[in-house]
Design a protein around this ligand. Structure first.
Ligand code: SF4
Length: 281
């Protein structure tokens, strides 16, 4: 566990963030600190898990247990940690490339399995750490050094993908709206099961088009204060682009993966790998 080098009893560990000036991830860091404090969490009860990329540096600046893994693998590691110790608060921090390109094979399965993990997707549409190649969320036509003629494909939407994959909690926030982001994080921390929080977070170094100013213009809260009435409506709202909607799109109660595995064990059912061995004996 990293120490409280600040001596304040707070969440920061004294390591100064190395993000570029103006990076949206600073706002996420602040909102997280606020939400965790409001939730009454303590650093010793939290395990941070991350992959690779600028967004995945976030746990380096916070107190708590931490696992900084390989690219795209935050969710399976977080799932394993949560299954091993369901008393831990497990928070996975990923970028858009980490979660939806290299980690795309894991994202939908974490959604359907529903482990008690807060899954943050900090989305700027680029691979910032490797100098701005377009990620799977880059809009069609986005120009970069790697795509001088513009990105030809349609982007993935993290909230829509989460909803289509059976996520029990899916929300979107904007780094330009810190109070609302912290409020969404409050709800994510209170959720039982996988809570996907998609944050639009500008990369001023490479993410042309996404900025704090453009976010203030482009996003609007969801209309209904309680969120869309069903998963289908939530899915449609997630794909709106003029304006881009932010807020809590969907939340439902369903047994978590930890509960499902515990019930499976209590029922005396063989573990899946034992059943496999029988089949091939
Ligand atoms: Fe933030 Fe972009 Fe700099 Fe990475 S490269 S720290 S995402 S501004």
């Amino acid at each position: 566990m990293t120490d409280d080098a600040t001596g304040t009893g707070g969440w920061r560990n004294g390591v100064e963030p190395v993000w570029c000036p103006g990076c949206g991830h600073y706002a996420v860091l602040k909102a997280l600190e606020e939400a965790l404090t409001r939730a009454g969490d303590r650093p010793e009860s939290v395990c941070w898990v991350s992959g690779i990329g600028c967004a995945c540096r976030l746990p380096c600046f916070l107190r708590g247990y931490a696992f900084h893994g390989i690219h795209g693998r935050a969710l399976p590691v977080a799932t394993g940690i949560r299954l091993s110790n369901p008393a831990l608060r497990v928070i996975a921090t990923m970028g858009d490339g980490d979660a939806l390109s290299i980690g795309a094979g894991h994202f939908p399965h974490a959604c359907r399995r529903n482990p008690g993990v807060v899954a943050l997707v900090l989305d700027n549409g680029v691979f910032g750490m490797t100098k701005g190649q377009p990620s799977p969320t880059a809009p069609r036509g986005a120009v970069s050094k790697a795509t001088p003629g513009g990105v030809p494909e349609a982007p993935l939407d993290p909230v829509a993908l989460a909803l289509a994959s059976g996520a029990t909690f899916a929300g979107r926030a904007s780094a330009a709206h810190g109070v609302e982001m912290a409020g969404l994080l409050d709800a994510a921390l209170a959720h039982r099961g996988l809570a996907v929080v998609h944050v639009l977070s500008p990369c001023p170094a490479f993410g042309r088009g996404l900025s704090f100013a453009s976010l203030r213009q482009a996003v609007r809260p969801l209309d209904a204060s309680g969120g869309p009435p069903g998963r289908a409506q939530a899915f449609a709202a997630a794909l709106e682009r003029d304006p881009v909607r932010v807020g809590l799109f969907w939340r439902e109660a369903r047994p978590t993966m930890e509960e499902a595995v515990a019930a499976h064990s209590r029922a005396g059912s063989p573990a899946p790998w034992e059943a496999m061995q029988d089949r091939f004996a």
